[in-house]
Design a protein around this ligand. Structure first.
Ligand SMILES: Cc1cc2nc3c(=O)[nH]c(=O)nc-3n(C[C@H](O)[C@H](O)[C@H](O)COP(=O)(O)O)c2cc1C
Length: 333
């Protein structure tokens, strides 16, 4: 009541400015809350708790499995990453965390495969060997860190019931050289558009990059396509239009709605028998601005991620990407 009276006494322009200032202050306050939570729990400042270490181990062993599934697996790939993995595994072990953990076990398997692959090659394997010898695990060995599938197997599973479809979707990092039909991509976007969105505001936007020059220029700034980026035929840039959101409470909604859309798009691409790999856009302002300029991205569009797309080769190697036990994700209240 007093607030309203106070406002009514102000000139209209001042009312507007005051409202804008208040909203800005609310946004800053809420964003500081986001930052504080991120800083205290993520690995901005590592505290080596089991979740942080498990994530580090998973990410490093993923680099090894990726190495095995590249179009050309390089000899001595990822040595620096292996050193980081070894250190994380040792820290995890020394803290007394469970050695039966799915991610720990599959990392050890990846390390073993790395060791076998490099035996007799010009790589110092002594630290890996020492670690593997100390691993006195007698349970079931984890599966190989990569799989081999044929194009037919993938396409056949993609057209079946949802469980078979979803359980057989893998990130593809090796594409055939035949061009992807743009109309199929458009149709996949049409299917993904059925994703729910907050108040049906449909913030998701897709930039389809077609030319080799532009794709290469973009992938040069993206950190995560080394070894297979040059086989990507079409690059989809998934963005969210911020103009559909309002107020301080919706500051993160673009990432939710856009993320849901992106997942549907991955399923739709899989449904159409295309190979696809999500690509992160975890960058600083400098890189973001560079990409915006390179392909003229609208100012109100926030870039969320990319998807590299191509036709499947006849035979393809896939990262297993071991999942945790699903029960570990659920908390009953
Ligand atoms: C947002 C996002 C960003 C990703 N970025 C990359 C990337 O930069 N490079 C890459 O090779 N894979 C990337 N991936 C793929 C993940 O590594 C992959 O989804 C994960 O290992 C699970 O494997 P799957 O997709 O085969 O089930 C990304 C996935 C997501 C969802």
């Amino acid at each position: 009541m007093i607030k309203r009276l106070f406002y009514s006494l102000m000139p209209v322009r001042l009312q507007k400015t005051t409202r804008r200032c208040l909203l800005f202050m609310r946004l800053v306050r809420q964003s500081l809350y986001d930052i504080r939570r991120y800083v205290s729990s993520s690995v901005v400042y590592p505290i080596d708790d089991p979740v942080q270490l498990e994530a580090k181990i998973t990410a490093c062993s993923h680099v090894i499995e990726k190495g095995f599934t590249m179009p050309c697996t390089k000899e001595t790939f990822g040595k620096q990453n292996v050193d980081i993995l070894l250190a994380a595994l040792q820290r995890y072990k020394s803290k007394g965390y469970s050695l039966e953990n799915t991610q720990y076990r599959s990392a050890v398997t990846a390390l073993k495969q790395y060791f076998e692959f490099h035996k007799g090659k010009n790589v110092d394997l002594s630290e890996i060997e020492k670690f593997l010898c100390s691993d006195n695990h007698h349970g079931q060995p984890a599966h190989s860190c990569f799989l081999k599938k044929t194009k037919d197997e993938i396409i056949q599973a993609a057209g079946q019931d949802f469980q078979t479809h979803a359980m057989n979707r893998y990130s593809i990092r090796n594409f055939d050289s035949t061009p992807v039909d743009i109309e199929i991509l458009k149709d996949a976007v049409r299917i993904a558009q059925k994703s729910p969105s907050c108040c049906n505001r449909q913030c998701a936007r897709v930039y389809i990059v077609e030319t080799r020059e532009k794709i290469s220029a973009i992938l040069d700034i993206q950190n995560g396509n080394r070894g297979f980026g040059d086989t990507i035929d079409k690059l989809l840039i998934i963005a969210a239009n911020l103009s559909v959101f309002e107020g301080h409470k919706e500051r993160n909604q673009a990432f939710i709605d856009g993320g849901m859309f992106a997942m549907s798009l991955l399923y739709a691409l899989h449904y159409y028998g295309l190979g696809a790999c999500a690509l992160n856009w975890c960058v600083t302002k400098t890189e973001d601005v560079k990409l915006r300029k390179a392909i003229n991205i609208q100012e109100s569009h926030t870039i969320l991620m990319m998807i590299g797309v191509g036709n499947l080769p006849e035979k393809v190697k896939l990262c297993r990407s071991q999942r945790k036990h699903y029960e570990d994700l659920i908390s009953l209240r």
